[in-house]
Design a protein around this ligand. Structure first.
Ligand code: ADE
Length: 233
């Protein structure tokens, strides 16, 4: 998979050199590039924002540098391919979910556009939609200063679903959200730690009973903290 990010803070993405995703890049499973939006400006101050039409607080990102950056990354459309998906993180977007991560993990080319300030000129989304699939995506119902942290989270969630990135693919199956429920609690040695015992069933060797106990734990946890995930009774 190829991932391009457009941002005014390309150095922010240096952390992608480490950990699982760093290894995936070294082995060539993921090809990653962060592009500096200011490289597509033409004034001395490398200006990327301006005051909003209609007034209001804050600044809006100018369409010009975005257009040039996306021209460079998207190039000529190739009608035979499904084509790139261009994702703009935004608190006004559709919610990012495990289902969306799974879907995006099957694509060959993802482009992320990190907005700052009060957002990006609306015409950037409209124009980009004439040559690529565009999605506005929100990480949750809160406001970040810019899209970079949201993009890091999305790249991690998507990247680990690409075959070969996570060493043991079975570990992906039993996680929170993969079966619509939160995951069950986990324990490791020692069996008694600071007076707290591991639930005896996990030491029983009875795998059917363990599976049932874990499923019960998943249901209980989901009912307690995320009842919205359960189908209506
Ligand atoms: N940018 C600012 N806030 C955001 C959010 N909640 N999700 C995604 N991108 C954002």
């Amino acid at each position: 998979m190829r991932i391009d990010v457009v941002t005014i803070f390309p150095e922010f993405f240096g952390v992608l050199d480490i950990s699982l995703l760093g290894r995936a890049r070294q082995s060539g499973i993921i090809e990653f590039e962060a592009h500096d939006l200011r490289a597509f400006t033409h004034d001395r101050h490398r200006t990327v924002d301006d005051t909003p039409y209609g007034g209001g607080a804050g600044m809006v990102m100018k369409p010009g540098p975005w257009g040039e950056a996306l021209d460079t990354i998207l190039g000529e459309p190739d009608s035979a391919e499904p084509g790139p998906v261009v994702i703009f993180p935004s608190p006004a977007g559709e919610p990012f979910t495990q289902r969306m991560a799974r879907e995006l993990a099957t694509r060959d080319h993802l482009v992320f556009g990190c907005g700052r300030y009060e957002g990006i000129d609306q015409r950037v989304f409209e124009h980009t939609a004439t040559r690529a699939e565009v999605r506005l995506v929100s990480l949750g119902d809160y406001v970040l200063n810019g899209g970079e942290v949201a993009v890091m989270a999305m790249i991690e969630a998507i990247g680990r679903l690409i075959p070969g990135v996570v060493g043991n693919p079975e570990s992906l199956v039993e996680e929170s959200h993969e079966d619509g429920l939160l995951e069950y609690p986990s324990y490791t040695k020692p069996a008694n730690w600071r007076g707290l015992e591991v639930p005896p069933i996990l030491l029983s060797g009875n795998h059917r009973a363990i599976d049932e106990w874990r499923h019960e734990q998943q249901l209980e946890r989901t009912r307690r903290v995320r009842p919205d995930l359960l189908p209506p009774a």
